[in-house]
Design a protein around this ligand. Sequence first.
Ligand SMILES: [Zn+2]
Length: 154
Amino acid sequence: MLTVTQNFDGLSERAGHPQEYLVDMHGNLFNLRCTNVQCNFRKIDFDPNLGTSEVPKCPKCSALLRPAVVWFGELVPYNHIVATNEAIETNRVDLVLCIGISAEVWPAAGYISEVVKRGGKVAVFNPDSGTKVKCDWFFKGGAEQWLPIALNNI
Ligand SMILES: [Zn+2]
């Protein structure tokens, strides 16, 4: 089961979701990457609890390191787009769970309609009934309330 998440809090990883089936579209706050665009240094499982005098620097080029997340205005990593598109285009997605999202942030917002075009179903879990996502099932309320019930028989 492929999970495409916009969360960058590492929750899926900590919940034991297999990395090979996870696309963290907006990166992971607990990973670092170099600010030098010509450097490919990355570090995973970084402890973000450090003081301002401890700003981490790249061991390869000495540039500053930054959280490996996608900030507003930055592009989603190309390999994440490719992995998600491939899953959708090969009809491996028959159900999309939209959990607490506005479905207004692209490219993830576009994936819902792409799955629907291919016959997939949509379930929305959201405390806000004003969501604009057209869905087959709507669960009004928090994910902690509905997901255990909805996924109990899967
Ligand atoms: Zn570097």
